[in-house]
Design a protein around this ligand. Sequence first.
Ligand SMILES: Cc1cc2nc3c(=O)[nH]c(=O)nc-3n(C[C@H](O)[C@H](O)[C@H](O)COP(=O)(O)OP(=O)(O)OC[C@H]3O[C@@H](n4cnc5c(N)ncnc54)[C@H](O)[C@@H]3O)c2cc1C
Length: 457
Amino acid sequence: MAKFSANTPRRVAVIGAGWAGCAAAVELARHGISVSLIEASRNLGGRARGVSVNGLELDNGQHILLGAYSSCLQLMRKLDIDTGTALLKLPLQMVYPDNEDGMRFIAPRLPAPLHLLFALWTAKGLQRGDKMALARFSTTARWMGWQLHQDCSVSELLERFEQTPRLCRLMWHPLCIAALNTPPERASAQVFLNVLRDSLGARRAASDMLLPRTDLSAILPARAAAFVTQHGGQTLLASAVSSLHHTENGQWQLNTRQNASVDTAPPLYDGVIIATDVATAERLLQTLASPPPSLPDYSYEAITTCYLQYAATVRLRRAMLALLDDAGQKKWGQYVFDRGQLHQDQAGLLAVVISASNQACELAQEELAKDVASQLAESLQMPELAKPLWHKCISEKRATFSCTPGLVRPENRTDLPGLYLAGDYTKGDYPATLEGAVRSGIAASQCVLAGFKQTSK
Ligand SMILES: Cc1cc2nc3c(=O)[nH]c(=O)nc-3n(C[C@H](O)[C@H](O)[C@H](O)COP(=O)(O)OP(=O)(O)OC[C@H]3O[C@@H](n4cnc5c(N)ncnc54)[C@H](O)[C@@H]3O)c2cc1C
């Protein structure tokens, strides 16, 4: 890497303005680095971004954050985002519609672990055996320090902890799919335990569920880009980086499709963070004269969100309800969100989420929306829900990597000086989530800063 004096202004390129890239860019800008945040698409936010549908500002997929997402929440505070306004805070809950054979579990605002004990004591729809099994899970996991000697699938873990079929069906399976976007039979028990440790196993506020009230691009990436500009950097949209070049004096040159057509030489950077999806990261690394070792081959899980608009008078009992899914009966939906309770302009709009939706997203939009509307009408006993005014189903086929047992994920550092990786797929405790992405972005920026410190000695 090039040598710097303490007052040399440093330039760093962050490729990709998803939540990982935005976190990295803000952290670097805060430390006086001149940052270029370079994004291929015309929008900020990557897989967590706002989209306009029928004049409404929605998201590419309904997202949930947890109180345990400490890095996301800290980053928001650094950007002066009022989390109380931006996010609807709900206590930990798993509530099914009244007439379904489901359960009702709501943690009250009591100090931990009383909130869980009280929720368990008052839970409806669970038998004594189910409650005992849930208590056993919690005490055994705590006793083990939430750590397994060897990773296994979530299904195996639930069997080992003697969880009842009803508890698995109503609580563990939906929680696993929501947290890891991977079905329990293929999902990593260790990563599941990590999420439970930081939410159920921590202080009460960590188990809160946080629903974004405004669109995901506006909530954080737009503020991050503005912060970068205010701190002397720049954000370039519609600028896909096509290759990287490591110069003889240890700096970095990036080629974008835009600068390929211009005569001027591409700018030089003292460091680069590749914060794209893993497939693009691998492609960019392969453009180097001496590429580092290949990144692991990931498999992916889809997520589908069906937005269904009804009359503005339609309102659910809660902002969020769990649904009993059953692919065999074309009941695809796992959770329904009443967007009218999140945003005043969205009265009557319901968002139904289908995680690990590889099967459902093969259906035509029309057919899927019809299935989902019928499921809502039946589950909520509201026949009017069978016929929405309009609908829009958005499927992200590569929403997240499959979070399987023992998956080896790459470090932020590469073998090349000044070149780092960030993204929800890099090494860390968390599955592919906003928190995983933000933590990775911050870790990558800390590597850059540590590298600069070393070279200026
Ligand atoms: C539908 C859906 C629902 C989800 N629900 C939840 C949830 O409820 N809770 C939760 O925590 N997480 C959820 N996730 C996961 C979460 O959105 C992701 O983990 C997170 O957004 C990943 O961020 P990232 O920055 O690592 O990657 P990305 O968001 O993929 O960012 C990569 C960026 O790089 C850009 N890029 C790619 N190639 C180039 C190039 N050549 N040059 C420049 N830029 C490039 C892309 O356009 C993109 O903006 C969900 C994801 C989806 C898709």
